[in-house]
Design a protein around this ligand. Structure first.
Ligand code: TRP
Length: 461
């Protein structure tokens, strides 16, 4: 039943690069370190690890299995495995989520391009964190500039997706992911070796080691139900689960790939890079005695001032924003691919046509997101501007519900033997702990995700 000459990944490394490229994104670079820092450091880290291993991994295996078993897009995959049943709506929801996530994701990704540009022209030189913060605000509230960068970013994303799987996505992620890894390791080392910062009179201003303590010291007193559920939600978002990204990538994976091993490697790399991002950021923040404030503020306003105070600051700043943009690009490719695969296969149009149409529609939606920081800031839906609405509805509604249905589908609508045969490559490889994985998919994951969802809509907690 598989489509003749369907595009596919050509190597094990290509699969890992593309899937890890999807997982490692804006979520890792600023959100993860910040959440770790604010939610009890090492204690949050332990919870996060637990959820990645015990819930994220089995759900990722489910998505890979659904995708590779069917070799079609995320909507048809459900139709093929369970004809004449409404399960395919899980895929439809995923395609809708891809539109919504990429619309605001492209905005922030566009910001990273502006910051690469600013780093190149050395615009940060001599600016205090306050001045940088003002500069950041002026930039995102400008109605034109962020939109231009966003459009450029969406064109870059579309160009890669038009190239297809082996000549587009696989080729680019095989180059970019090792580059990203190298940059972040170097930045971590630089940040860690800053040591003790003293003023001219010999007073201690800050120590890089305090950043490590901030990041890793388990403070169990900060753990409550909200933090537990935050860790679960972050595990899902960071692993790109719940909307068919991994189903779609799975559909391009060869029959002899060890899907369980691939899932473990992707989850490991995603977690490692999130931790490395924290190691790159917090020791530097503490060395320069800057408040470890939240999200975009930290990355766009504080980091340039930190880097330019370092020896070789010009290079560090540029390297950081290149890394940031690369992480965003390899994730946005995966978001676009979900929708392109669906429209190209279902409407039987060429990949290039589907990509241009889908990317244009998402960009239009995205421009509205960008303008919600400026001319459209008074347009609100239930008290949220357009940008926040896209983020809120997709992350808090569509992803958890999608993840839950994927687990329920695999555990209850598919036969156990179907799942077993696909995961073991028809019995050719051994899969340790299979019963445990299957039990989690049937019971633990759906219940845990239901709790996250109920919590996020305010019915719990
Ligand atoms: N995981 C990416 C990040 O951490 C974002 C992302 C890409 C994503 N594809 C996804 C999130 C699919 C949820 C679902 O930035």
């Amino acid at each position: 039943m598989s489509i003749p000459n369907r595009d596919s990944f050509t190597s094990k490394f290509g699969v890992i690069a593309a899937a890890a490229g999807s997982a490692v994104g804006l979520g890792n670079i600023w959100k993860f370190p910040y959440e770790v820092g604010q939610n009890g450091g090492g204690a949050f880290l332990i919870l996060y690890f637990f959820f990645v291993v015990v819930i994220g991994l089995p759900v990722m295996m489910s998505e890979f299995v659904i995708g590779r078993k069917t070799n079609v897009n995320a909507v048809r995959a459900f139709k093929k495995l369970s004809p004449n049943k409404p399960w395919y709506l899980t895929g439809v929801m995923g395609v809708a989520a891809a539109f919504m996530i990429l619309s605001f994701y492209g905005v922030v990704a566009g910001w990273t391009l502006e910051y690469i540009h600013l780093a190149i022209v050395n615009a940060f030189k001599g600016q205090s964190p306050e001045e940088l913060s003002k500069g950041f605000n002026d930039f995102i509230t400008n109605p034109i500039k962020p939109v231009i960068w966003q459009v450029i970013f969406m064109i870059l994303t579309a160009v890669v997706v038009i190239g297809g799987i082996k000549n587009g996505i696989e080729k680019i992620t095989k180059i970019l992911m090792p580059v990203l890894f190298l940059i972040i390791v170097l930045m971590g080392i630089r940040s860690l070796t800053l040591g003790v910062n003293t003023s001219e009179s010999g007073e201690i201003i800050g120590r890089s080691v305090d950043g490590l303590k901030f990041l890793f010291r388990p403070d169990f007193s900060k753990i409550d139900i909200d933090v537990v559920l935050d860790a679960l939600g972050q595990a899902f978002f960071s692993l790109s689960l719940g909307m068919g990204t991994i189903i779609t990538y799975g559909s391009y994976i060869g029959k002899n790939n060890n899907l369980k091993k691939t899932a473990v490697e992707v989850a490991f790399l995603d977690t490692l890079i999130a931790i490395l991002a924290g190691v790159a950021i917090f020791p530097a923040v503490f060395y320069f005695n800057v408040a470890p404030t939240e999200g975009p503020g930290l990355v766009f306003s504080v980091l340039p001032s930190i880097f330019q105070k370092m020896v070789g600051g010009y290079v560090w700043t540029l390297a950081f924003f290149v890394l940031f943009a690369v992480a965003a690009l390899t994730s946005s490719i995966s978001l676009l691919e979900v929708a392109v695969a669906y429209f190209a296969e279902e409407l039987k149009v060429k990949r290039v046509t589907a990509t241009i149409i889908v990317a244009s529609l998402i960009t239009i939606l995205g421009v509205a997101c960008s303008l919600s920081n400026s001319v459209l800031k008074d347009v609100t839906i239930l008290g949220r501007n357009i940008f926040d609405t896209m983020d809120h509805v997709s992350s808090n509604f569509l992803l958890p519900i999608g993840g839950m249905f994927i687990a329920i589908f695999t555990g209850w609508a598919m036969k156990k033997s179907e799942f077993f045969n696909e995961l073991t490559n028809q019995g050719a490889i051994k899969v340790k702990l299979f019963s445990g994985i299957y039990f989690i998919i049937r019971f633990v994951a759906p219940i845990a995700i239901a709790i996250v969802f109920l919590y996020s809509v305010g019915l719990l907690g």
